[in-house]
Ligand binder design. Structure first.
Ligand SMILES: NC(=O)c1ccc[n+]([C@@H]2O[C@H](COP(=O)([O-])OP(=O)(O)OC[C@H]3O[C@@H](n4cnc5c(N)ncnc54)[C@H](OP(=O)(O)O)[C@@H]3O)[C@@H](O)[C@H]2O)c1
Length: 324
């Protein structure tokens, strides 16, 4: 099969399309003909050897896929050849085929196309885990989402809105913010032109927000602390700025705030049933028209380096997806 391979640690230029042996199918697994693979910021970290769990070289990056079941192990009864599925992987999605445990495959919601499904599991799963499980967002709460035009950020705007939050979206560029508005943001702050903390103060009558979702870190984390109301929760999901924020226990005490981490990948490996229930609920939201996963760009598999460069350019809003 054809696969995008990382043969040395580096940037997107370290990737090349090649012919590789398809992954072997073990008991309990299914083989999927990949129609679409989501592109994630963490792919950049993994090909640079800077992710928390790096596979040995050579490997194919790619944390999520959607496609059609091609083969099932003899002990698998839940899936049949031809089923439309999506799912998360530790790596290996940038390929024509992927093998995943049958219990971790998710039935594609009927109205979702392959491209949207390929970019769905990581962004929407993380957003759901962050707000429903970790922050326990309540209807009517005010939510500030940094990186709101990014893959996880845009999904977070949509999920927080469905859970009843009043969402303030922060991103650079009016056009990208317009996409966040279309996905449920009530208020928009252009971080390239506006003072985020001042705008949040104005929007909340000086009180601050109940929940912040931070996929950026660094300066965004510092601003997030200034934007939190008393008893506010700051959910940290990533460090796209390259800088990990720090919070002194004294500040947490003085401001009566909670710092909350959310790592969706750990749930993927630990609790398949809980993950399935989350995707079932997200699937119902899709079918009810409450969320509409957005594809910013479809890029051919062979042009994976261009897809990663496009993500780094911060010019689009939402997910970039590699298509077969
Ligand atoms: N915890 C988890 O389970 C989990 C799951 C998925 C992703 N993540 C993490 O969440 C973060 C975002 O991932 P993603 O796939 O959504 O990425 P993405 O689509 O590239 O979005 C990242 C956003 O961060 C903002 N940003 C600010 N400074 C940046 C910088 N120096 N370089 C790049 N972006 C910068 C950009 O928004 P502006 O251009 O508007 O500033 C960009 O839209 C990453 O750190 C990723 O590892 C964590």
């Amino acid at each position: 099969m054809r696969a995008v391979q990382c043969t040395r640690w580096g940037g997107p230029e370290a990737l090349a399309l090649g012919e590789v042996t398809p992954p072997a199918l073990q008991g309990g697994e299914i083989r999927v003909a990949v129609a679409a693979a989501g592109v994630n910021f963490a792919d950049l970290l993994m090909i640079a050897g800077k992710y928390q769990e790096n596979p040995p070289l050579p490997f194919s990056p790619g944390f999520e896929i959607a496609g059609t079941v091609e083969e099932v192990a003899p002990d698998v009864t839940a899936w049949r050849r031809g089923d439309r599925v999506m799912g998360m992987l530790p790596f290996g999605g940038y390929a024509e085929q992927a093998v995943l445990p049958a219990e971790r495959a998710i039935a594609m919601p009927p109205s979702l196309g392959f491209a949207a499904a390929g970019g769905f599991p990581v962004a929407y799963g993380t957003a759901y885990g962050a707000f429903a499980w970790r922050a326990r967002l309540r209807p009517g709460e005010r939510v500030l989402v940094f990186g709101a035009a990014g893959g996880v950020g845009l999904a977070s705007v949509a999920v927080a809105r469905v859970l009843g939050g009043e969402v303030i979206a922060v991103a650079s560029g009016r056009e990208r913010l317009a996409v966040a508005e279309a996905h449920g943001a009530a208020h928009l702050i252009d971080s390239g032109r506006e003072d985020v903390a001042a705008q949040v103060r104005a929007l909340t009558g000086g009180r601050g927000v109940d929940v912040v979702l931070d996929p950026v870190g660094g300066p965004a984390f510092e601003t997030a602390l200034r934007c939190l109301a008393s008893e506010g929760r700051l959910v940290v999901i990533g460090f796209a700025s390259g800088q990990v924020g720090t919070l002194s226990a004294g500040v947490a005490l003085g401001k009566n705030i909670d710092l909350i981490g959310c790592y969706w990948g750990a749930y993927r490996d630990a609790d398949a049933d809980r993950i399935r229930r989350a995707y079932d609920e997200l699937g119902r939201w899709i079918e009810a028209g409450k969320i509409a996963p957005h594809v910013a760009a479809r890029v051919p598999l062979a042009e994976a380096p261009r897809a990663l460069a496009l993500m780094s350019s911060r010019t689009l809003a939402g997910k970039i997806v590699l298509v077969a």
